[in-house]
Write a protein that binds this ligand. Sequence first.
Ligand code: AMP
Length: 310
Amino acid sequence: MSLTVVGSIAFDAVTTPYGERSRMLGGSAVHFSLAASFFDAVRVVGPVGDDFGAPEYAVLHDRGIDTSDIELVAGGKTFFWSGRYHEDLNRRDTLRTDLNVFEHFEPKLSEDSRAADLLFLANIQPDLQRQVAEQCPGARFVAMDSMNLWIEIAHDSLVETIQAVDCVILNDAELRQLTGKPNLVQAAREVRSWGPTAVVAKQGEYGAALLTGEGFFALPAFPLEHVQDPTGAGDSFAGGFMGSLAAHDGEIDHDALRVAMAYGTTLASFNVEEFGTERMQRLTADEIAARLDDLQRITRFDAAPVALRD
Ligand code: AMP
């Protein structure tokens, strides 16, 4: 199957209690693609500026990611985000968001990207997410992420995008904020009533929960002694989640989604071990398989493994 993602392609400045980076490759679509590239062919859609150069492309190409739908905006600057994490790494403050080339971006997908079986609308302005979804009418499973910024400044557009997808992946605070319902199960049920069949509530170091019409499922995060930088954990989770669905033979039902939760959890756990994309650039399929085994042992959840690509 094939997998297309639209989202931010970024430079990030990040400070955590364990160090800092003033300019590193990031962005929701980048973190997603690196994780998903272990499962299937991935195409990235999004704009970059003149400052996005050969070293950044190389990170994506080394993982076989198709960048032909990355649009270079001549004279423009790549999206920039800066954030600072607290001692409690589940808490972070956004210091700066410069949309830059995203301000006037109008996605135009190639035939290959439009033909995607699976589509992920990574965190970016919800109008843009919808413009991409409309260009992929044949996709058999569409999932999306978002964040508090869009809930605050583009609520109605975000709800319209949610109505058009099969699965919403948000963190628990965002689900509560979006629906105004303090109870997470009620919040997830409310989002399902808008259209999506599945809702995933990410809960940082506490794991993630899945709600579908067939029931409820939850996994803890993989227990790690050393976490350096949680940036992109949610996107790597989504990359493992969607990647495993792309590699799965058969219907995308509750069971397939439970296995996807295990792969999402596994990929996210690698991403947070180092800053930005540093750990994902060295990751191997064998390491993923070994950690999935560990996760299964710890949680006593038997996830039928899918084939991985090195
Ligand atoms: P996460 O830690 O999963 O929330 O994702 C962090 C990534 O999202 C960073 O690499 C940022 O570049 C990117 N990001 C932060 N804010 C935004 C935004 N408003 N729109 C799109 N991407 C963003």
